[in-house]
Ligand binder design. Structure first.
Ligand code: PHI
Ligand code: ZN
Length: 315
């Protein structure tokens, strides 16, 4: 089906619902008229990989990294900001100071939707000093960027406000995200969900779902179950990524993780393929975390799962 015929069919179906609801009348009508959430589109993994290539070339041109306080960080942020601005997002850069250097968070708002129930999706954009940080965390950064661009392409009109964020200086202890949460203060109550993506393209991948908020966990688990992909609760990273400051402030948090320096077990290799006895990402925090350090299938699955969650949770 072409996109326009899909939209026409959806419009017809909505019209039919309204007609039936009018016939039924009263309480039944209210139920029947409730639209089911629009399905998220497939996210083109080639586009996500093109963002990763761009981040790699930024690192190459800036001393081999995209770390806090280094020029490769700001160049990464400027690339994302330009892309989001061109797609119709309202962007802002939040500054903070860490370790004597200026740090930056990039915030991108999709206009519309209830702001007192904002769905916030975030990833840290900084690498360590040792390398370009393409899996950690170009992968999450590029994945949520492409989901944001899909929101724009689809002209999504979510019931809840959508905000995307790229955090600075995660690698020194979640400094950027903590700064953001501190600045929010009591407004943190307006965030209905914070979704975090830090490493989603690990070369020997796992499929770990944060087990913090049961409702958010179920959205991800159901998506993977429908694709016949096994998942495990995420246990490697409690308190080790940008969801921690949000969780500490009482915001419901969820997310996905494809594994860092823990070793894949035989049972996990059976479920997910890859190599038992090897780390999920043997290049974690090393100079070899380059654009070759990505499993395309894992990157694609995780990015599609993010899109599904963003669509469902904001509807
Ligand atoms: N934030 C760590 C690695 C990490 C990623 C840990 C995800 C936990 C989780 I969940 C780093 O950036 O080094
Ligand atoms: Zn990370």
């Amino acid at each position: 089906m072409t996109r326009s015929s899909r939209i026409r069919r959806a419009a017809l179906a909505a019209g039919a619902c309204t007609a039936v609801a009018a016939l039924l009348g009263g309480a039944a009508a209210a139920g029947a008229a409730t639209p089911s959430p629009q399905a998220a589109p497939d996210i083109p993994v080639a586009a996500v990989k093109a963002h990763l290539d761009k981040l790699q070339s930024i690192a190459d041109a800036n001393g081999g990294n995209r770390a806090h306080g280094q020029p490769g960080y700001r160049a990464s942020l400027d690339y994302l900001k330009g892309t989001l601005d061109a797609a119709g997002f309202t962007t802002s850069v939040q500054e903070f100071t860490s370790g004597g250097a200026k740090g930056y968070n990039l915030i991108a708002d999709w206009p519309g939707g209830a702001e007192d129930a904002t769905v916030l999706t975030g990833s840290h954009l900084d690498s360590v000093d040792a390398g370009p940080g393409i899996n950690d965390n170009g992968s999450g950064s590029a994945g949520i960027l492409e989901v944001a661009l899909a929101v724009s392409r689809e002209h999504l009109k979510p019931a809840k406000h959508l905000r995307f964020a790229w955090w600075g200086d995660e690698e020194d202890g979640m400094v950027g995200s903590r700064h953001y949460v501190d600045a929010l203060g009591a407004d943190s109550a307006k965030i209905s969900a914070y979704l975090n993506f830090d490493m989603i393209g690990s070369p020997n991948p796992g499929y770990f779902v944060y087990d913090d908020d049961a409702k958010l966990e179920k959205v991800f688990k159901d998506w993977f179950a429908a694709k016949n992909i096994a998942t495990e609760p995420e246990t490697e990273g409690d308190g080790r990524s940008d969801h921690a400051p949000f969780k500490d402030a009482g915001v419901p948090v969820g997310g996905l993780f494809s594994g860092a320096d823990y070793i894949k077990t035989a049972a996990q290799a059976k479920a997910w393929g890859g190599t038992a006895g090897k780390a999920f990402d043997a290049c974690y925090h090393r100079s070899c975390d380059t654009s070759r350090n990505i499993d395309d299938t894992a990157l694609h699955n995780h990015t599609d799962a993010i899109a599904n969650a963003v669509w469902q949770l904001s509807s």
